[in-house]
Design a protein around this ligand. Structure first.
Ligand SMILES: *[C@@H]1O[C@H](CO)[C@@H](O)[C@H](O)[C@H]1NC(C)=O
Ligand SMILES: *[C@@H]1O[C@H](CO)[C@@H](O)[C@H](O)[C@H]1NC(C)=O
Length: 387
């Protein structure tokens, strides 16, 4: 072990963890150190470009991929070498089609699949050498006519890319086309081929999806931005063919019988590491009053909604409405143990870490918080534990 590495390890207490947060308004990837109740900025990096958003971590290689939405039109992927101290070393920056919004590693972390919102595209990249990213495949979609919600469904808008539990298929919800597009991982030049697509409820606008693997059952949950509902599907695998998806239910984001104010926009969905809970974030509700983080009075918060997954049927039971920690919780992540949740509050320039009870699935008290971003709105939009 080199002297330099030992110095870094000593500088970071054993209990400390690194969290990365992306922010639009200050154009940074911020590395935060979480140590007990303290969350402090340890470094900031500007190489992800003008509008850093989604992060994908390859912990085995200590490589972090950052997508730049590039609202002005210049979009990119940046690869970073991570370090125990939190500082990021830029390895490569590759120009890509406009508005990449989410990505997933596949093919044993040698390739990256990306969903593009404005340009209605699905793209794949070789990241086998993270210092030399290269485009593999690019598929662009069209609509013959606008969808049920014409102002949002003027064109296909691909919003997420996730690898299924078999690691053979990539699912890409298309908010504009009311479809979940399914790609099969293959050895061809493009690395993944479209095999089927799952029609969603007209006008639902699927934004993000997450799998739950419960014993021998597999369920898929789609969080729908336009209808503010969660659709549940059972997933049946048939040897190497594309899995079959059967829609089981569609429930409002706050649970059966609830409604959301006009202007609410469903955002993120995560399944807990033990596959027993679904958590979603809802933007624009301002429905909760929580103690202000500076200690003066109260502030408005959007909710995180927690549901328990019936391990046999995939049905969801609402268990908690918890504060997201402020306004516009576009992105949040759980740690691997499921004991913490980090929430990025886009309209409050704040990142908050909540404790989580693994047994009940409920979110608890604020563990730590930090200011990330500067200026009005469009601050931190995604946060991820380095693990
Ligand atoms: C995946 O990559 C890891 C490390 O890069 C390697 O050790 C492993 O053998 C690979 N597995 C497969 C199935 O290629
Ligand atoms: C980078 O990757 C491209 C495409 O795979 C390849 O043609 C090129 O030789 C690589 N460059 C370096 C410096 O490795």
């Amino acid at each position: 072990m080199s002297k330099k590495l030992i110095a870094f390890l000593l500088a970071l207490p054993a209990s400390a963890e690194i969290i990365y947060a992306t922010s639009y308004n200050d154009h940074t990837v911020t590395s935060l150190k979480l140590d007990g109740s303290s969350l402090t900025r340890v470094s900031q990096n500007l190489d992800c470009g003008s509008e850093p958003t989604w992060l994908t971590l390859d912990k085995s290689k200590s490589v972090l991929y950052c997508l730049n939405e590039g609202w002005g039109g210049s979009s990119s992927i940046t690869s970073y070498r991570t370090s125990a101290s939190g500082t990021l070393e830029t390895l490569d920056v590759l120009s890509v089609l406009k508005s990449p919004v989410a990505s997933t590693l596949f093919a044993n972390n040698s390739k990256l699949a990306v969903a593009h919102y404005d340009t209605s595209a699905f793209t794949t990249f070789s990241v086998a050498d993270p210092t030399n990213l290269s485009l593999l495949g690019q598929q662009t979609y069209q609509l013959t006519a606008p969808g049920t919600v014409p102002e949002r469904q003027d064109a296909p808008h691909l919003h997420d890319a996730i690898l299924d539990p078999s690691k053979k298929f990539i699912l890409v919800p298309d908010l504009g086309a009311d479809l979940i597009r399914v790609f099969q991982v293959d050895d061809g030049a493009a690395a993944a081929t479209a095999v089927t697509s799952i029609p969603t409820i007209a006008g639902s606008g699927p934004r993000h999806v997450a799998f739950a693997k419960a014993g021998r059952e597999t369920f898929l949950y789609s969080f729908n931005e336009l209808s503010n509902t969660i659709s549940g599907y059972s997933v049946t695998y048939k040897r190497d063919a594309a899995p079959e998806f059967t829609r089981l239910f569609d429930v409002p984001s706050g649970g059966p019988g609830t409604t959301v104010p006009a202007g609410t926009k469903a955002a993120e969905i995560e399944v807990s590491p033990d596959q027993r809970f679904v958590i979603v974030s809802s933007r624009g509700e301002n429905s909760l009053d929580i103690p202000a983080f500076d200690g003066e009075g109260t502030i408005k918060s959007d909710p995180l909604q927690v549901f328990a997954v019936n391990q046999q049927t995939g049905a969801l039971t609402h268990v908690q409405t918890a504060p997201a920690g402020g306004r516009n919780p576009r992105g949040f992540s759980l740690n691997k143990a499921g004991t913490k949740l980090v929430s990025a509050l886009q309209d409050d320039n704040r990142v908050v870490v909540y404790e989580r009870d693994v047994r009940t699935g409920k979110l608890g008290k604020v563990l730590a918080h930090a200011t990330v971003g500067s200026g009005p709105n469009n601050g931190p939009n995604y946060a991820l534990f380095d693990e």
